[in-house]
Design a protein around this ligand. Structure first.
Ligand code: HSE
Length: 438
């Protein structure tokens, strides 16, 4: 049986998961692929810790060059994460003519032009299914199965940590963001330093990768409007419920009349929206395509075995392509490198959507008309309003849902509302994704 030699760099959670899956599912892999995927070398700084996988110790090395310079190794899986030395390893592997598999979304999102360019120059393949939504085969679906479609809208829950926190806040009235974050850390769902997750950066990295597949655009994360979930208040979660919404951290690509929108922020979605059933640490992606219409993908977005599933899937795809003599058959970023544009995202201020606005205001006659007067002057039309609670010196929360409005107008209105003498705190704004209120 033909054999393809693979080298791993990184023998931590994902790397050992990949080694284990290659071993435990060897029979089914060989039967399906008609080749043997042989783990030839595994590099990690720590080769002493027991990773819970049976491995011939002679293939372990602390020197990544033993993988990168081995002429027999055709595919290198980079599974150390982070920027350096991962970037150097990936570039060296590509320049040495090796194909690369990685699940490193931060690296690809921040250094995509350099890395995809190097693969293109070298005539080698780079595969990264595990980088976006873990086990869910969303990249291959966008790139291949749905290639005939224009992607009108992508709404994606791409961060399990945030989804776990927001789900718990929805299910347990009054529980605070900090309480749930602590619980997520105790359960091992959130990192000790969860800032990339809760600030929305991790979801933005994944959105950047999806955008090249859906629209052939590669922009730095700094060009994406990103808001995390740290400011989500239990009161707003409960108000969302009263309006039959759930709050989710969404990565949004919207090909709208205003231009191509790419943004990450907490969003209220109807409780009967397909994404509302994506709870806990699960990821979900909702697509609206011109031909295939609506699609929903749901699955585990992180973790040892789910990510290993995606990585081994990529190893198999490359091995099959090598065997067929066409390793670069499909452009990894979805479009040929010379067709990828470095611009094309519209500014967040051009976005037109619905808004939830909470204003902590004095409870006295004329307050509502003052606030709504400001909103009317900025062309922000009110769909509904609820005042909660009774008169106190701290004021009362007044919640507005708007008809569709332009972000620039909403920002100007809110800045003016915040300055009113009857308003006690900076207003809270959460965008709404609800096609039934226009
Ligand atoms: N930290 C990510 C999450 C998983 O919470 O979803 C890795 O992409």
């Amino acid at each position: 049986m033909k054999e393809i030699s693979i080298g791993l760099i990184g023998f931590g959670t994902i790397g050992s998961g990949v080694a284990k899956l290659l071993q435990e599912n060897r029979d089914v892999l060989e039967a399906r692929v008609g080749m043997s995927l042989r783990l030839a070398r595994v590099a990690d700084l720590d080769v002493e810790t027991d990773r819970g996988v049976k491995i011939d110790r002679s293939i372990l090395t602390t020197n990544a060059d033993d993988v990168l310079q081995d002429p027999n190794i055709l595919i290198v899986a980079e599974l150390i994460g982070g920027y350096e030395p991962a970037r150097t390893f990936v570039l060296t592997a590509l320049r040495n003519g090796k194909h690369v598999v990685t699940a490193n979304k931060a690296l690809l999102a921040e250094h995509g032009a350099e890395i995809f360019g190097a693969a293109y120059q070298a005539g080698t393949q780079i595969a990264f299914e595990g980088a976006v939504a873990g086990s869910i085969p969303i990249l291959r679906s966008l790139r291949e199965a749905l290639v005939a479609n224009r992607f009108e809208k992508v709404l994606a829950i791409l961060n399990g940590t945030c989804n776990f926190i927001l789900t718990a806040m929805d299910e347990t009235p009054g529980v605070s963001f900090d309480q749930v974050l602590g619980e997520a850390q105790n359960l091992g769902y959130a990192e000790a330093d969860p800032s990339l997750d809760i600030e929305g950066i991790d979801a933005a990295h994944k959105l950047v990768l999806m955008l090249s597949l859906t629209h052939g655009i590669r922009v730095p994360v700094s060009r994406i409007h990103v808001e995390g979930i740290t400011g989500i208040d239990p009161f707003d979660v409960q108000m969302a419920k009263e309006f039959s919404y759930k709050i989710k951290l969404l990565a949004v690509i919207n090909d709208s009349a205003q231009g191509l929108e790419a943004r990450v922020h907490p969003t209220m979605i109807p409780r009967n929206h397909p994404l509302a059933r994506v709870n806990g640490v699960f990821n979900g992606i909702y697509l609206k395509c011109d031909a295939a219409d609506e699609q929903l993908f749901l699955g585990r977005g992180a973790g040892k075995e789910p990510t290993a599933s995606a990585v081994v899937g990529d190893l198999v795809e490359i091995a099959r392509n090598i065997a067929a003599g066409c390793a670069t058959r499909v452009p990894p970023a979805g479009y040929p490198e010379d067709r990828i544009s470095a611009s094309g995202i519209t500014d967040i201020r051009n976005v037109v959507t619905n808004y939830y606005l909470r204003v902590q205001a004095a409870d006295s006659p004329g307050v509502l008309s003052k606030i709504s007067g400001v909103m009317a002057r900025h062309r922000v039309s009110i769909h509904s309003v609820i005042q909660k609670g009774r008169h106190t010196s701290a004021g009362v929360p007044v919640v507005f849902l708007t008809h569709t409005a332009r972000e620039a107008d909403v920002r100007r209105a809110i800045a003016e509302v915040a300055d009113l003498d009857v308003v006690k705190e900076p207003p809270v704004i959460i965008r709404i994704e609800d096609e039934t209120i226009t």
